[in-house]
Design a protein around this ligand. Sequence first.
Ligand code: DX5
Ligand code: ZN
Length: 221
Amino acid sequence: MRDFLIAPSILSADFARLGEEVSAVLAAGADVVHFDVMDNHFVPNLTIGPMVCQALRNYGITAPIDVHLMVQPVDRMIADFAAAGASIITFHPEASTHIDRSLQQIRDAGCQAGLVFNPATPLHYLDYVMDKVDVILLMSVNPGFGGQSFIPSTLDKLREARQRIKQSGRPIRLEIDGGVKVENIAEIAAAGADMFVAGSAIFNQPDYAQVIRAMRDELAK
Ligand code: DX5
Ligand code: ZN
């Protein structure tokens, strides 16, 4: 696996041409497809569900699909997304009544499991579940919409999360989501992130390969 993973968020893709868009961004050098699931309840927006994940698999997408669940309740979506071809499933701890059980369900379904932290959600939800977490996803915007600005206090939180990962001794990915762009990706990586979600920064440009190359150049500095 690469040291740094770039995960375009398809929230900013053209949904009318989703298969082509995902193929294009992968051909442009992306590593992972970030799939934002919103329910107009946990977050104030409504997006896509397991049928669309399955449709991407049927279209021939073989890259890992990183399903970011912004839904409440969480549990009944897990089996459906696992069956639809999800590789990673993450959820917000506030949205699950039984966090340990939800993590275990994801792993039992054969996916990697992760917790997502809103900008003001403390990391202490990790205290007793580090052994069941494959990914820690820090939100650097309040979830619901693409195209928002990176919240600077997330940099300190990344450092704290990186410290926790180090102490655990486990190969946990530290993912960042919201407001990531060429101009700030190096600083975000320096704070500890190794998996970068970017929606508008990639899909709002005509040349996806050029943006991803520029991000990788920043990460190599
Ligand atoms: C926000 C989503 C993000 C979003 C990121 O709720 O979880 O994945 O698409 O979009 P940008 O990169 O435009 O901030
Ligand atoms: Zn997301």
